[in-house]
Design a protein around this ligand. Structure first.
Ligand SMILES: Cc1cc2nc3c(=O)[nH]c(=O)nc-3n(C[C@H](O)[C@H](O)[C@H](O)COP(=O)(O)OP(=O)(O)OC[C@H]3O[C@@H](n4cnc5c(N)ncnc54)[C@H](O)[C@@H]3O)c2cc1C
Length: 350
């Protein structure tokens, strides 16, 4: 007889959503439960409308090399959840232009529409997700894992997938668990993001710019992405190094400095900035990691995935999750636990 299995996923960023969707296709929707501490899915694929202006204040865009991700993006593009971001891209060395080119459909730079958050929202649709439910404790039971959110018990699950940054995953795992050593070797880096609304649409001569040898690493005209509101909006990211150095500084001072950097490069006047604020990301970017792209402990029925096990990119987070799905489905197949066979075209093996 086929055994039923119930899997919990902690985190609804792109990696957690990918695992949950793919496993739900194999085991059925009711076999997978996602717990998310925020009130929305997406994690670092985050968007916000402030005074009518659109801001993607986490991931800006992504590129795709993996065939299965390309197929998923094509499906979303057909449903107008994804589009390409085209226009002039510039690289600055401090304040000097050192290279420029056009982003076009020959090498697509994808964005969600009407915002980046539309992508995780689309992925989350068929899933059972408990929002505003931080998992604060996990306890190994004879069979599976018991999850807790503060004083509430969330249930016991046969398998547990942790799809959150390493520092946060380590805090949940037992101190002696085998994943601790690997996870402790990966240091996520912080970042400050400036969100600035402009009083008029100013042409910077670029839609996006990479900045080297400066306290900031990125400037983009967020409003130049397709299907955004008419309000002109700009995003600036600090470098990870500058953010690390100024991590506990006053946010007003951080904002002031990032605005100065923006003005120094784009030459826009102070009066053109209608409003602005700053977001501090503690675990923003993951350096390249060359070990295993996911962690799996068959004996204890627990796994970890996410961008940090590859590199700080959306495609990397997706890849980590896909490789984990491949191992999990093989394990379930071996143990004869399938409730559903995947529908044709649904399971994208790597
Ligand atoms: C400022 C910035 C700019 C970036 N720019 C780009 C870019 O241009 N292109 C690109 O490809 N990538 C970019 N990235 C990286 C990209 O956003 C990430 O690689 C990707 O989103 C990571 O997905 P993930 O699922 O691994 O993790 P996350 O997106 O971090 O998802 C983890 C989720 O787990 C939740 N969570 C954490 N702890 C708990 C808990 N205890 N209980 C329940 N839920 C919990 C979080 O709320 C979050 O929703 C950027 C990131 C940042 C921060």
């Amino acid at each position: 007889m086929r055994e039923k299995i119930h899997l919990a996923v902690i985190g609804s960023g792109i990696s957690g959503l990918t695992v949950a969707r793919e496993i739900a296709m194999w085991l059925g929707e009711n076999a997978v439960t996602v717990f998310e501490k925020a009130d929305r899915p997406g994690g670092r694929m985050a968007s916000k409308v402030i005074n009518g202006a659109d801001f993607d204040y986490g991931a800006q865009f992504f590129t795709v090399k993996t065939a299965s991700l390309q197929a998923l993006i094509d499906e979303m593009r057909a449903q107008r959840v994804v589009d390409t971001w085209c226009g002039r891209f510039i690289e600055f060395d401090h304040k000097t232009v050192c290279s420029e080119r056009n982003w076009d459909d020959n090498y697509p730079h994808y964005v969600g529409t009407p915002n980046m958050a539309a992508i995780p929202e689309w992925l989350a649709k068929p899933l059972k997700i408990h929002y505003e439910t931080p998992v604060t404790k996990i306890v190994k039971k004879t069979k599976g894992w018991q999850l807790h959110s503060n004083k509430t018990t969330l249930g016991i699950f046969d398998w547990l997938v942790i799809a959150i940054p390493p520092e946060q995953a380590r805090a949940l795992l037992p101190p002696s668990h085998q994943f601790q050593t690997t996870l402790s070797s990966i240091k996520m880096q912080p970042c400050f993001t400036l969100r600035a609304a402009l009083s008029e649409d100013i042409d910077f001569g670029f839609i996006a710019a990479l900045v080297r040898n400066h306290d900031i690493s990125w400037i983009s005209k967020n409003s130049s992405k397709c299907n955004r509101t008419a309000e002109p909006s700009v995003i600036v990211h600090s470098t990870n190094k500058w953010a690390q150095f100024h991590l506990n500084d006053d946010l007003e001072q951080i904002k002031h400095h990032l605005l100065e950097c923006l003005q120094g490069i784009t030459r826009i006047e102070q009066e053109s900035i209608k409003s602005s604020d700053v977001k501090r990301w503690l675990f923003a970017n993951a350096p390249r990691y060359s070990g295993s792209n996911h962690l799996i402990d068959y004996q204890s029925a627990i796994a970890v995935c996410g961008d940090a096990l590859v590199h700080g990119r959306i495609e990397a987070a997706y890849k980590s999750a896909q490789h984990l799905v491949s191992d999990l489905t093989s394990e379930f197949e071996e143990k004869g636990v399938f409730a559903h066979r995947p529908m044709a075209g649904n399971s994208k093996k790597i």
